[in-house]
Ligand binder design. Structure first.
Ligand code: HEC
Length: 156
């Protein structure tokens, strides 16, 4: 093999390695109690979630999921403004089922102003948008969410 062929061979090897990295479905992080947790990373799923978010959620929850600055205070109707979804709010207290139900069914009637998206969004789109905003959460918030899920068996 001449030197040129050898260089091409190693370049090709490098490209193959990069490709397998982008297809990698996750990154291991550790919870406070030391359990290893995989943060999944599926580029197609995140792209779908981001497009759902940009189309339907941005106007209330903000460009980067930051929520309304006054999300902790009830408005004049006694209801809470849109909270952050980027990991600085309390979305991490809730199970995946709870979050999905909130997205598809909206707030309990008369108790909040989150619209119901069922009928307009598929379950797969709801899952994708959750995955997308969860991808914004810092590792420690995501790890706390996983531990919470394990403790409560995702019932809330
Ligand atoms: C018209 C404004 C509005 C739009 C649009 C909207 N939301 Fe909301 N959302 C709210 C409000 C207000 C709340 C708080 C509801 C409550 O307290 O009952 C909320 C709450 C939530 C919660 C619960 C968060 C928590 O920490 O309790 C999630 C999750 C959520 N929204 C996701 C979404 C997603 C995903 C979309 C887009 C598909 C979306 N929202 C679009 C206003 C909106």
């Amino acid at each position: 093999m001449n030197i040129k062929a050898l260089i091409i061979f190693f370049l090709a090897l490098g490209v193959a390695a990069c490709e397998s990295q982008t297809q990698d479905q996750g990154r291991a992080i550790s919870t406070l109690s030391g359990t290893a947790v995989l943060r999944s990373h599926n580029p197609q799923q995140l792209a779908l979630g981001e497009s759902v978010y940009k189309q339907h959620c941005v106007e209330c929850h903000g460009q980067h999921g930051e929520g309304d600055p006054n999300w902790r205070q009830r408005d004049v109707d006694g209801m809470y403004p849109p909270p952050p979804l980027n990991g600085t709010g309390h979305a991490w207290h809730h199970s995946k089922q709870w979050l999905k139900q909130m997205i598809l069914d909206g707030s309990e009637p008369g108790k909040g102003k989150m619209p119901a998206w069922g009928g307009r969004l598929s379950e797969a789109e709801a899952d994708a948008v959750i995955d997308w905003f969860q991808s914004l959460w810092p590792d420690r918030v995501y790890a706390a969410w996983v531990e919470n899920q394990q403790r409560n068996r995702g019932l809330r």
